[in-house]
Design a protein around this ligand. Structure first.
Ligand code: GAP
Length: 578
């Protein structure tokens, strides 16, 4: 099957990530751990740049936000009070054939012909009946198989078998009749009433459905099953079937997404702790302590970046839905009457943030989450979505969570989480607006946004295809490559190393002396390094003394080159990458 251009693009991105050391599958040499990823040398730099920039604009550059770093292991009581223990679950459906689970709301609607089966019986039970009553071969298991397939009710099976046996035997003595009744009763006990259905595209032969049903009954312990009671009907807009193989799915069942663990030596329920499913709860639980030490006045926020864990049923789309991931969350506490206005304020701030890290506004979309999809305690939620190659998907949620969380923890802990307003002398539990972003999803969006292919001249000036990651310089893992024109010229090498030493305290730089200069540029383009500095003979002042201690500074996207003095280099670069 031909893959869509978007699927091909995604495949290339995943492969580049591995080849150039952005992202690897966790435990890869042991076959991989599903839904868990490791970041390589470039991935970790990209991730760090993102987190540092978030921290800078959300915490350091604001007077009204302070930070915290909470523990990952979380007291069970916290997640009981927040509602996670009882309700943090997705309704899941399971394929009856492969046991693969899907989120019920993500199963696509399908049309086709559904083939239904009432149950099955093992071929050996039929053969046993035949051997007991008739001469081998006379009963005709093939004939009876067809008859059983077309009956309308399981109760009819015994009658059909009896009839076939009588026909096979001809005349029956009284002893035969007694024996026949016994055989039919025994055979009836072997019938498994176990409905199964499979969906096929209209016009397809039922054979594929029969094979699926045979596999289903075999899996349930019926050897060489004979299918009973096949019926077909047309279905439209159905979410009851596995989109991958047409097998019937189970009814939706709740599946809790939290990872639990045991603290200490005893294994009693009291020792259960959870790996946090979001960073937000530790902010709510520490609200009072942080309020006291920071002496902030409303509105003010507490920010946190850290790991969160969810036992996602269907980790997919590379790192997009992972089981271990990082969040960047701000809980911005306010008075009730400010909630809705601040929700809009934070939406705008967050959209600006994405533009400032190089994500084009055209690929960002704001979804107003409708009432029926919103958490019951939220008065308003926006999802910021991004056009990934695999579709438009959520990058961040901005939610007005009201006073729900603090009230829940106040009630459950018995400790006051109130704020005292000096001016009005009132005590109340603040409301909160929460912009909650995913680090891994944003890293993936940055890579998808940056990935591009254009043309650039090779060594001889001939145009060739160039793979380039157009990261915003602020996000780029390596800011500047430094290249001596020739590696066997000691003066050029020494100068290039001097430049490395000059820049290194301020930014991540990379020294490369291997291969033709065009190749070296190309290697840096592929990992998104925005600037390249070449030390050449002009730098040594060999042709023109006025050019001594100058270098060429090449810009990745335009490929333009300018001549700059080494002493100005750090200042120029810093002004472009900050
Ligand atoms: N405290 C609110 C909260 O956790 P959420 O919408 O469940 O809300 C917020 O998660 C963000 O965390 C999402 O927008 C997404 O960026 C990220 N996220 C959630 N689940 C994720 C997963 N399984 N893998 C990667 N990122 C995830």
């Amino acid at each position: 099957m031909n893959k869509s251009p978007n699927a091909q693009r995604m495949e290339k991105i995943v492969s580049l990530c591995k080849r150039r050391g952005f992202i690897f599958q966790s435990s890869e040499i042991y076959g991989g751990l599903n839904g868990v990823w490791d970041y390589g040398p470039l991935g970790v730099e990209l991730k760090r740049n993102l987190k540092n920039y978030w921290w800078r604009v959300m915490v350091r550059e604001r007077d009204d936000v302070v930070g915290m770093d909470g523990s990952i292991l979380t007291h069970r009581a916290v997640l009981k009070a927040s509602g996670h223990e009882d309700t943090f679950s997705d309704p899941m459906v399971e394929c009856l054939l492969t046991n693969r689970r899907f989120r019920a709301d993500q199963v696509p609607r399908q049309n086709g012909i559904a083939h239904h089966y009432l149950g099955a019986i093992g071929t050996t039970a039929l053969i046993k009946a035949e051997l007991t009553m008739a001469e081998p071969g006379r009963f005709g298991t093939t004939g009876i198989k067809d008859k059983l397939l077309s009956i309308g009710a399981l109760e009819d099976v015994a009658g059909i078998v009896r009839h076939s046996l009588v026909q096979a035997m001809g005349t029956l003595s009284e002893t035969d009749l007694i024996k026949l009744n016994k055989v039919v009763t025994e055979l009836s006990a072997e019938i498994r009433e176990l409905p199964f259905s499979a969906l096929l595209k209209e016009g397809k032969s039922p054979q594929a459905a029969r094979e699926a049903a045979t596999a289903f009954y075999t899996k349930r312990g019926i050897q060489d099953p004979v299918l009973i009671g096949e019926r077909a009907d047309k279905v439209t807009n159905s979410k009851d079937y596995n989109p991958e193989n047409g097998s019937l799915l189970t009814e939706p069942r709740a599946f809790n997404l939290m990872f639990s663990t045991q603290m200490g030596a005893s294994a009693d329920p009291e020792s259960i702790a959870y790996l946090r499913p979001e960073t937000a709860q530790s902010i709510f639980v520490q609200f009072k302590n942080i309020l006291e030490v920071s002496r902030k006045k409303l509105p003010f926020g507490i920010a946190q970046i850290g790991k969160a864990f969810r036992n996602e049923i269907n980790p997919r789309n590379f790192t997009f839905r992972s089981r271990e991931f990082e969040q960047m969350e701000l809980e911005y506490f306010c008075r009730a009457e400010e909630g809705m206005k601040l929700l809009d304020y934070w939406l705008e701030e967050r959209l600006k943030f994405y533009e400032n890290i190089g994500i084009s506004r055209d690929r960002l979309h704001v979804k107003t989450v409708p009432d029926e999809e919103r958490a019951f305690y939220s008065k308003g939620t926006y999802d910021i979505e991004f056009d990934f190659p695999f579709g438009r998907q959520e990058l961040e949620g901005v939610a007005y969570r009201t006073d729900y969380d603090l009230l829940q923890h106040q009630k459950a802990s018995g400790k006051s989480l109130e704020y005292f307003d000096e001016e009005t002398k009132q005590r109340f539990v603040p409301h909160v607006v929460e912009p909650s972003a995913g680090v891994d999803r944003t890293v993936l969006a940055l890579i998808c946004e940056a990935y591009s292919i254009d043309e650039a001249p090779d060594e001889k000036g001939k145009m060739e295809t160039r793979l380039v990651l157009r990261f915003h310089p602020r996000m780029a893992p390596i800011k500047c490559g430094v290249f001596p024109l020739l590696k066997n010229n000691a003066q050029l090498v020494a100068k290039a190393k001097e430049i490395i030493d000059l820049l290194r305290p301020q930014m991540n730089v990379f020294y490369d002396e291997g291969g033709a200069i065009g190749r070296r540029y190309r290697r840096q383009d592929e990992i998104g390094t925005p600037f390249g500095v070449t030390v050449d003979f002009e730098t040594l002042g060999e042709n023109d003394a006025t050019l001594r201690d100058t270098v060429t500074l090449r810009e990745r996207d335009s490929m333009k080159q300018e001549r700059v003095a080494i002493e100005d280099l750090a200042g120029i670069l810093m002004s472009r990458i900050r």
